[in-house]
Write a protein that binds this ligand. Structure first.
Ligand code: FE2
Length: 183
């Protein structure tokens, strides 16, 4: 899709590249807020209520980020794709793999989920930094809050020496298993 108009001061070529990057973030956020609800519903065990309740404000935040990114795409002259099929089409990662499981297993897997989202956000920040500081500002603010939530997740996985039980895990299943052993 190519835009027919855009905001003053940017070229349509620049904006087409920017929109490609923003569409990736939109699908990542739509995937993330659904995945967070899946955790909210599937967490079990003695730490159920802490994790169940920790998740919901983050769902609201990430849903708002999806809305803000979609509206930025529209503002730039593009058409945001928000259907379930577009989330799957844009996805460069696997579906969340943990079902009913303990708080610590889900938190271990969520640490990996946030690694992926934040790494891709930083690539989007880099591109936006070259093309459009307004978009850059939007993604920077969102990324700071996502990183803060990842700290909430990691605080459950960290020992008093500052080591993460999930350190070095390269899959959600491996991170869950590592968190379970330490937790
Ligand atoms: Fe709920």
């Amino acid at each position: 899709m190519t835009v027919k108009y855009t905001v003053p001061g940017l070229s349509t070529d620049q904006v087409n590249e920017l929109i490609g990057s923003l569409q990736g973030r939109l699908s990542a956020y739509n995937d993330l807020h659904l995945t967070l609800k899946h955790v909210h519903w599937n967490v079990v065990g003695p730490h159920f209520i802490a994790v169940h309740e920790m998740i919901d404000p983050q769902v609201e935040l990430v849903r708002g980020y999806a809305d803000d990114v979609a509206e930025r795409i529209a503002t730039l002259g593009g058409s945001p794709k928000g259907t379930p099929g577009s989330v799957i089409a844009d996805r460069t990662w696997e579906d969340y793999s943990i079902g009913r499981d303990t708080a610590i297993a889900h938190l271990g897997a969520l640490d990996l989920v946030y690694n992926g989202v934040v790494e891709d956000n930083r690539k989007a920040i880099e591109l936006a930094g070259e093309l459009d500081p307004v978009t850059e500002d939007l993604i920077i603010g969102q990324t700071a809050e996502l990183e803060k939530f990842q700290w909430f997740v990691r605080a459950h996985l960290e020992d008093i020496g500052g080591r993460l039980s999930t350190g070095g895990a390269s899959s959600e299943a491996a991170a869950s298993d590592a968190a379970r052993v330490e937790g």
